[in-house]
Ligand binder design. Structure first.
Ligand code: ATR
Length: 272
């Protein structure tokens, strides 16, 4: 019987996950289906249980259900436990197990696809919401010499830094307090979706070689445009991260690592 997987979100119509996973399945010869479902805003847990009761084996979770997925799981793996959110569920020995691959997807995109090893680098993350929480742990574990999380609500940035302090040299601060000297800046705020400009001082971009916006398919966001104007050589959006987190989920579910570069190429949208 064909194994069933799905992505749940609300809205879900524009999700690229079915295209990505169907490409992985074709590439690796896996007999599986992958569908997209919209769940009611207060009904994720019921919808996920129905899917699993009907024989479904795994679910990806996108906005706004990542915290619901974390809360309904029987068991948490490290990425989900430390971020308080899950983007992937798998049924293992009859139990619903949660993991969060967003951060590792970002890390693989930067280190492998963009050929920018982060060990010893100074990295700035802008934002302290769910996306930033997911990114912070793998970045800290990558051996960065310094990881600064800047956010409009500074308490949220400091809370992430405190929660992950055992995993690396992380601090939280306000945008005004960001000094220069970074190698990489990552925008993990939702400003790429809303089109707002981040209140980051221009000096934050001095010496930066890579500016990465975690949003995908929005072209040159105000953050990427500012980085380019200020002389950052490489500006990149989150298409690679999206495909890499999917590849980690696929590996967890199927035991096979798909080849990601052709799939990234297929879904990427030009920046300008
Ligand atoms: P996500 O799950 O995508 O991270 P979120 O948890 O709602 O979404 O977090 C949104 C992030 O974008 C937060 O860091 C938010 O800053 P605050 O915590 O101070 O609200 C940030 N953000 C959204 N709009 C912003 C803006 N106009 N300027 C600066 N930061 C903004």
């Amino acid at each position: 019987m064909t194994d069933r997987y799905a992505v749940f979100g609300n809205p879900i119509a524009h999700s690229k996950s079915p295209v990505i996973h169907q490409a992985f399945a074709a590439q690796t010869g896996q007999d599986m289906s992958y569908e997209a479902f919209s769940a009611p805003l207060n009904g994720f847990a019921d919808a996920a249980r129905d899917f699993f009761d009907a024989g479904g084996l795994g679910i990806n979770i996108t906005i706004p259900f990542k915290v619901d997925a974390y809360e309904m799981a029987d068991e948490l793996r490290e990425g989900a436990a430390l971020t308080g959110a899950a983007n992937c569920l798998s049924v293992i020995d009859g139990r619903i197990v949660a993991e969060n691959f967003d951060g590792i997807g970002l890390l693989r995109d930067i280190e492998v696809n963009l050929n920018t090893p982060l060990a010893g680098k100074r990295v700035l993350i802008a934002g302290a919401g769910g996306a930033a929480r997911g990114a912070a742990l793998p970045l800290a574990q990558a051996g960065v010499s310094e990881l600064v999380i800047a956010n409009r609500s500074v308490g949220k940035a400091r809370a992430i830094a405190e929660r992950l302090s055992a995993h690396g040299p992380i601090t939280g601060c306000a945008y005004d307090d960001v000094a220069g000297g970074f190698d990489v800046i990552i925008n993990a705020t939702s400003t790429g979706l809303s089109g707002h400009r981040l209140p980051l001082p221009d000096s934050a971009f001095e010496g930066v070689t890579l500016a990465y916006d975690m949003v995908y398919g929005k072209g040159l966001t105000p953050f990427l445009a500012a980085a380019r104007d200020l002389g950052v050589a490489q500006v990149v959006d989150g298409a690679g991260m999206l495909v890499e987190q999917a590849a980690e989920a696929f590996l967890w579910w199927r035991g096979v690592r798909p080849d990601t570069p052709p799939v990234i190429k297929a879904i990427e949208v030009p920046l300008d």
